[in-house]
Design a protein around this ligand. Structure first.
Ligand code: TYD
Length: 228
């Protein structure tokens, strides 16, 4: 059987406190233990420019209108795709990103009211028309998210402070966005971290199944086409 290089772009989405970081760390460990090429990343702030943009976004001293805010996320995304996402996909890596284009649709679009079609258009341009193969949405209710942030971390980030009263709108936005999308899987974020990781891993396996590839734990084999 012949090993096949086949990149996968997977975005993890959800409200703040939904456990994205835990899932990403667990998935990374698991995929690495299967000897699979994996890179974990995030938006905003994965590149050198992105780190500066992230500081601009959290700096409250400079008034930022909604269009400018979205374009800062867009600039971060463009650099992210240029420097990391596209080169890694070309190498056949599984790229797992903490947030991506759907976060702009949910936060700047549904939550804050920016035109959804314009966001889609600019997102697509920034991403060189590459869309996530798989979006994993960690579904959580507002109260649990706020309790988790307060109890586990103690303090809220500037982003979280801004949204705490309107998290329910954000949740409705994500749910509307992900209705009838065949590249999205929804996982109950109240499940334990191991179950969440296994469901996410299964979704990755299902993606490769559709392409007739199987994930093998054999250390010498990566993705292998069952046809070959
Ligand atoms: P971060 O501290 O990374 O939060 P989290 O760990 O929840 O991802 O901050 C990212 C914040 O930026 C988060 O509140 C969501 C927001 N955001 C947008 O508003 N639009 C976007 O396009 C992206 C990628 C993030």
């Amino acid at each position: 059987m012949k090993a096949v290089n086949n990149g996968l772009l997977c975005a993890i989405e959800g409200i703040d406190g939904s456990g994205k970081t835990t899932l990403i760390n667990n998935l990374q460990k698991q995929l690495k233990s299967l000897q699979l090429p994996v890179v974990t990343t995030k938006e905003p702030g994965a590149t050198k420019l992105g780190k500066k943009i992230r500081c601009m976004l959290t700096d409250r001293t400079a008034p930022t209108c909604l269009k400018a805010e979205f374009l800062l996320f867009g600039a971060d995304r463009a650099q992210h795709f240029h420097d990391l996402v596209i080169p890694e996909l070309k190498k056949g890596t599984i790229v797992i990103s903490d947030r991506m284009s759907d976060s702009s649709l949910a936060y700047q679009g549904f939550l804050k009211g920016l035109d959804l079609e314009m966001i889609r258009l600019i997102n697509n341009w920034c991403m060189e028309s590459v869309q996530p193969d798989l979006v994993i949405y960690l579904k959580l209710d507002t109260q649990t998210a706020l309790d988790r942030i307060k109890n586990i971390r103690g303090i809220m980030t500037k982003f979280e402070e801004e949204f705490q009263d309107r998290m329910h709108i954000l949740i409705q936005g994500f749910e509307k966005l992900f209705q009838n999308r065949d590249n999205v899987i929804v996982i109950d974020a109240l499940e334990n971290p191991k179950t969440i990781m296994q469901q996410a891993l299964q979704a990755i396996q299902n993606f490769y199944n559709k392409k007739n590839y199987v994930i093998q734990s054999n250390p010498t084999t990566q993705f292998t086409s069952v046809d070959q």
